[in-house]
Design a protein around this ligand. Structure first.
Ligand code: AMP
Ligand code: ZN
Length: 465
């Protein structure tokens, strides 16, 4: 398998440390609000990666749930997102976390993302985080300010390795350091924040430095290394995490262990709206529930994501959802027809094996899902393969695509106006009377009204033009 590594900025052959268990850590949701479909695009890409790795190796997939410490601002000030959610809804921060996490898994499952082997919550790992900060303190990487314990990025020479020097120096020059800011360097970040003196936080813990809560970055380092060891094979997330969150994870983990933290950094590009960024805080976000309310099956969204490579931006629109709905329905129709024709005779042949290999090669080439999907279409349309061979291929392809290829397409939920329904009824009668001329005339009238009628063994089928 080849994977694009953000750290080297090129595609590399993927070589795990131990072929008996590949290790992968994915940054999980901050559970203070619904996940939007942009967040879920990232989880779909990570799921494709997990499924593709499992074709070759056993995988240990770990994901955290950020239920404390993710501040509204990346500059280590502003409120904790969990406490913002609690104030917004008049619930406790703990209840907010519970509610939105449950909702997250519902959405995650509805998109057929495979559950990680380990799901770990920040609030259950405070002791590990304190231990990691202590190690950093002992090694001289920390300093104290009036609001917390900070990491001194000037002590870690490779600080800009992940993101590239130009972008970090841009960040340094661009950062406005307020007079009151006690940070030594603009890129320094909080490892442990003290609870404010004038306000009681809902989530806070004792520590050797004072009552407070952990920084967001230390969460991921602590939990990733607890479950996967000092060096992970793969660490994933969205591209927005490269400059700060993941850069800081590298700095604190490598400073603490003296070992390389991650061998392959794999980042997914954003889902965007024509009007710009989809963001939770900006309120411009679409959720799986919104899609369902509009009549879309969640897997249509998965299909849409499969059509764009994970390293390219994908612009979301309802027009593209409509196109994806039709394509998925057509693909399923063809798959179901093959299954009906093949009956019980399905087994692998040299030909079906060759197409499976072609599909696998696409996925193993830096997760080229659009190509794998194109291979799938080629197979269903091919004259060279028998129905049984196609089914053998499709069963395999669906272990990766996970779009329910053999689901009987439900009759498209077409709202038929009364006049069109009357024409349909007349046409049915004309056909029973074998009046083909009248039947064709009515077909044209239905078409003129904006609907396409098809004759199937089950009777007339109607779709929108
Ligand atoms: P959060 O819940 O905000 O911590 O984000 C969860 C995941 O979604 C992270 O891996 C982010 O990088 C990713 N993410 C955030 N916004 C988008 C977006 N618009 N498109 C794709 N991924 C995103
Ligand atoms: Zn993280």
């Amino acid at each position: 398998m080849r994977l694009y590594n953000t750290a080297s900025r090129r595609k590399e052959i993927f070589t795990p440390q131990n072929i008996k268990q590949v290790t992968m850590y994915c940054c999980g949701p901050t559970v203070y609000n619904f996940a939007h479909i942009g967040n879920l695009r990232t989880y779909i890409f990570e799921d494709l990666l997990a499924r593709t790795i499992r074709l070759q190796y056993p995988l240990k997939h770990v994901m955290n749930v950020t239920d404390v410490g993710h501040l509204v601002s990346d500059a280590d000030d502003g409120e904790d997102k969990m406490e913002v959610g609690a104030a917004r809804e008049g619930k406790s921060a703990w209840d907010i976390a519970k509610f939105y996490e449950a909702k997250f898994w519902q959405d995650y499952d509805s998109l057929h993302c495979t559950r990680p082997n380990v799901v770990c919550h920040a609030t259950d790992h405070i002791a590990e985080m304190i231990a990691l900060v202590k190690t950093l303190e002992e090694k001289g990487f920390t300093y104290r300010t009036s609001d917390g314990i900070y990491y001194d990025t000037s002590k870690f020479p490779r600080y800009d390795a992940l993101v590239g020097h130009a972008r970090i120096s841009g960040l340094q020059e661009g950062a406005r350091v307020e007079k009151s800011d006690e940070k030594r360097n603009p890129t320094d970040f909080a490892l442990w924040k003290f609870s404010p003196k004038d306000k009681k936080r809902q989530m806070e813990w004792d520590s050797p430095w004072g009552v407070g809560f952990p920084g967001w970055h230390i969460e991921c380092s602590s939990m990733a290394m607890k479950y996967l060891g000092h060096t992970l094979d793969i660490h994933c997330g969205g591209v927005d995490h490269i400059t700060i969150h993941h850069t800081n994870e590298v700095a604190q983990s490598e400073a603490a262990t003296g070992q390389k933290y991650v061998n392959y950094w794999v980042h997914g590009e954003f889902l965007i709206l024509r009007s710009g960024k989809m963001s939770k805080s900006g309120g411009t976000f679409v959720t799986v529930d919104v899609l369902k309310e509009k009549g879309y099956e969640p897997l249509v969204y998965r299909y849409l994501c499969l059509g764009a490579h994970y390293r390219t931006q994908l612009e979301f629109s309802y027009e593209s959802m409509d196109t994806a709905t039709k394509s998925l329905a057509n693909l399923r129709k063809l798959a179901c027809a093959c299954a009906e024709q093949a009956g019980q005779t399905v087994q692998e042949t040299e030909k079906s094996r060759a197409w499976k290999d072609k599909f696998t090669a696409a996925m193993q080439d830096d997760l080229n899902a659009p190509k794998a999907l194109a291979v799938t279409w080629e197979v269903v349309r091919s004259d060279e393969l028998t129905a049984a061979e196609k089914v053998d291929f499709l069963r395999f392809a669906d272990t990766i695509l996970a779009i329910d290829l053999f689901k009987q397409p439900t009759q498209d939920k077409v709202e038929i106006p009364a006049d069109v329904a009357a024409l349909l009824q007349q046409r049915k009668e004309a056909r029973s009377a074998k009046n083909w001329a009248k039947s064709d005339e009515l077909r044209n009238a239905i078409l003129a009204a904006g609907y396409v009628v098809k004759d199937t063994p089950q009777g007339q089928e109607i779709t929108k033009k």
